[in-house]
Ligand binder design. Structure first.
Ligand code: ASP
Length: 326
């Protein structure tokens, strides 16, 4: 049993979970980020007929950290969110954090937070695929599941719970534009499930070994973060955009290669020139499962094992830590 003074803090950032559509029958055309975190909590807690035992001794606190559609998530908001997480996590009576977030870029935020916050306390992101006023909104249940997870999980790091599935920040990817269980952890698989207010961990899941990158306090202001873009190989891939990006001052490029990180000769040549000009290049794959297995034929660093969007965050953090150590 927890002491009565332990609390779970719920941070709101917007998304469909806070979205509103014109009617309770409209689940696809809506405006994200309309309802405040206190309203979402009131509905989630109000719907609870049998309050789970594991939560009954906790108090809850909330903070509206941002209110946006996560397609518009930006580095300033990330900094603010990471600072607010650090603030709450440093308090001894805070047992864990829940963050409500839009589904579109959730995996990037989760990955970012997992590398700038170092804590044994759970940080659980959650979201929804249907707006808050939809007749069968999924947000309230997801939020309750996230609070349960935050109250009962330790040492998992940053994770997501949605549609009863628990995914680790290292592996999770949004894989479907409309399905309720829109997330997947590829070959690694999900970490566990929440059913009927019970958390079930899958024995097959092994938590990844996380490498520390930078602490929030070591990050430069968002306006100084290195400019890193993603380019993709595809049929008849042109190199013109790479030349334009280098000209414009890009500092890093992530290649979403085909298959095991292959790319057209044209693309490769322009990336070699970019690298000579000082641009840092990382290789990933546009395949949505598995990761590049580095071989001698790879001339760019293919070791991230991450999706292109996460490789981009990893590269930015690496570049910022290189700057720190100089
Ligand atoms: N566009 C929304 C967002 O990412 C989608 C969602 O939350 O499902 O904020």
């Amino acid at each position: 049993m927890q002491a009565k003074n332990q609390k779970i803090v719920v941070l709101g950032t917007g998304g469909t979970i806070a979205g509103v559509s014109a009617s309770a029958n409209e689940g696809l055309a809506y405006k994200a980020a309309q309802r405040g975190i206190d309203d979402l909590l009131e509905v989630a807690l109000g719907h609870q007929k049998h309050w789970p035992e594991a939560l009954s001794d906790y108090q809850f606190d909330s903070e509206q950290v941002a209110q946006l559609d996560s397609k518009d998530m930006d580095f300033e908001t990330w900094m603010h969110l990471a600072q607010r997480c650090e603030h709450w996590l440093s308090q001894s009576n805070v047992a864990g954090l829940v963050i409500t977030h839009g589904t579109d870029t959730l995996e990037e935020t989760a990955y970012f937070l997992s590398h700038v916050l170092s804590t044994a306390k759970p940080i659980v992101l959650t979201c929804a695929m249907r707006p808050a006023n939809f007749k069968d909104a999924d947000g309230p249940q997801n939020l309750r599941d996230a609070m349960l997870l935050a109250a009962t999980t330790h040492e998992l790091g940053v994770c997501l719970v949605a549609a009863g599935e628990i995914h680790h920040s290292q592996y999770v990817q949004k894989v479907h534009p409309t399905r309720l269980n829109a997330f997947d952890s590829g070959e690694t698989g999900m970490a566990g499930r929440v059913h009927n207010d019970r958390v079930e961990w899958l024995e097959s899941f092994n938590s990844p070994k996380m490498t520390d990158k930078l602490r929030v306090s070591q990050l430069p202001p968002a306006s100084k973060w290195p400019w890193v873009e993603i380019v993709m190989n595809h049929v008849n891939a042109s190199a013109l955009h790479i030349e334009a990006l280098v000209q414009a001052g890009v500092k890093g490029l992530v290649v979403a290669g085909t298959g095991n990180g292959s790319m057209s000769t044209k693309l490769k040549q322009s990336l070699v020139l970019a690298q000579k000009a000082g641009v840092q290049i990382r290789l990933s794959t546009r395949c949505n499962q598995g990761s590049v297995i580095p071989t001698e034929s790879h001339i760019f660093d293919a070791t991230s094992g991450l999706s292109p969007v996460k490789t981009r965050v990893a590269l930015m953090l690496d570049m910022m830590s290189q700057l720190q150590s100089h």
